[in-house]
Write a protein that binds this ligand. Structure first.
Ligand code: PLP
Length: 421
């Protein structure tokens, strides 16, 4: 009997038919237990913006280890990372640390409820926001995927989640202005927040339209509904995160992944007026937030060092690599006429086995046949020494160079030649 039910300890691990085991990582590459060296386009689900074994983080963390890794009292390390985030991210006037993106989203939703006194959330059909019950409901398709006119209905995501969770979760489709306005005006007194990932990975890794962002902002403001930008994944888009790129001004922002420098982390930030629910100097908090490992010095130091190294120049470097990759993939598709498309921004990209790039979740969903094509592509990439996540966002890291990108492009060309032949 395996020690893990299902054979692994995370549902998100790709098995084809079994996962490969990593021996170690080194910069942009990882090496598996059989000695295969792979260019890592997964980077632990977009976390490792500097790739593996980033020297400044290794040094800072090993120095820190001997002086204690967690305390019940605060350390100055948490102030360092908090100040960096508050400096860079316009919507974060104040911040609180937790241990994962899931927790960050959970506390952002709780904060919005505590602040508004309303129970409901509006969220985008198909987007992934971690494992809090209310953030999960509606992450899978709820009704007939072909019925474009249907108003999606949230369902509890998994067995064991009470049906009642879905009563307070209302779905809209990404970039559907009319659906958004209908929902927000009809539900105004029952909804605390709209939860939105500015470029949701599972919903296609597509940009929001300007009209969608404008309609969201206007309808939310008019109805006293808070906007939570879940930037756990998309914070890596720029020095100030993703929202400013799209003209979005959220009330609360959640972060995670890259801000921990490779260690567990999550953060909730936002307007001071709202963040007061977590406490003020002279009043008991409406919403106590703790956590045994929250703001532990290891994650704080690793995160600060990793983020300090994410200078504007390094973001420009990633932007340029991402551009080279996406435009190279597109020119291969133009050359061959193969039925694929590419979405993404900055250091993020996703390849779709579809002629037309999706604009939202249902269009991004893969049929069984399309799923097999993507598995074939991932297998082909593995044979070329490249680890490509399929059905999710792939990403780049700062140690990558133009020649790494060109390797990916050559492998893709090769696949298309075989596939199209
Ligand atoms: N929110 C978004 C947008 C994510 O992409 C993820 C994880 O992929 C989460 C939340 C959950 O983060 P974690 O896996 O750290 O709990």
């Amino acid at each position: 009997m395996p020690v893990f039910p299902g054979g692994v300890t995370r549902a998100t691990v790709e098995k084809d038919p079994i996962p490969f085991y990593v021996a170690y990582g080194e910069g942009a590459y990882l090496v598996d237990v059989d000695g295969n060296r792979l260019l890592d386009l997964n980077n632990n689900f977009t976390t490792l913006i500097h790739g593996h074994g980033f020297e400044p983080v290794c040094r800072a963390v090993s120095d820190l280890m001997r002086t204690g890794t967690c305390f019940a009292n605060p350390t100055q390390h948490e102030i360092g990372l908090a100040e960096l985030l508050v400096d860079r991210i316009p919507a974060m006037q104040q911040v609180r640390f937790v241990n994962s993106g899931t927790e960050a989203v959970m506390f952002a939703i709780k904060a919005a409820r505590a602040f508004t006194g309303r129970p409901g959330i509006v969220r985008i059909e198909g987007a992934y926001h971690g494992a809090y019950d209310w953030a999960e409901a509606g992450q899978a398709v709820a009704s007939n995927p072909d019925d474009r006119a249907a108003t999606p209905r949230a369902l509890p995501a998994y067995h064991g989640t009470p049906e009642s969770v879905a009563d307070d979760v209302h779905l809209i489709r990404f970039n559907d202005v009319e659906g958004l306005e209908r929902r927000l005006y009809a539900l105004r007194d029952r909804v605390a927040c709209v939860l939105i990932d500015p470029m949701p990975s599972r919903a296609g890794l597509v940009h929001p339209t300007t009209t969608f962002i404008e309609a969201l902002t206007s309808a939310a403001r008019k109805n006293g509904i808070l906007i939570i930008a879940d930037e756990v994944l998309n914070l890596r888009q720029s020095y100030s995160g993703a929202s400013p790129r799209y003209g979005l001004t959220p009330d609360l922002v959640t972060a995670g992944k890259i801000i921990g420098g490779g260690f567990p982390i999550g953060a909730i930030g936002g307007r001071e007026e709202i963040m007061r629910v977590f406490g003020t100097e002279d009043a008991r908090p409406l919403l106590p937030q703790g956590g045994t490992f929250s703001a532990n010095p290891v994650s704080m130091v690793a995160g600060r060092v990793a983020m300090e190294a994410m200078t504007r120049e390094n973001f420009d470097h990633l932007e340029a690599l991402g551009e080279r990759l996406r435009s190279g993939l597109l020119s291969s598709l133009n050359r061959t006429g193969a039925p694929f498309s590419v979405t993404g921004a900055a250091s993020l990209f996703r390849i779709h086995p579809k002629r037309h790039a999706p604009t939202e979740f249902r269009e991004a969903l893969l049929s069984d046949a399309e799923g097999r094509v993507m598995k074939g592509l991932a297998r082909h990439f593995l044979q070329h020494g490249i680890l490509l996540p399929h059905g999710a966002a792939a990403c780049l890291s700062t140690p990558m160079t133009n020649s790494d990108i060109d390797r990916v492009l050559t492998a893709f060309d090769d696949f298309l030649d075989v596939h199209a032949a």
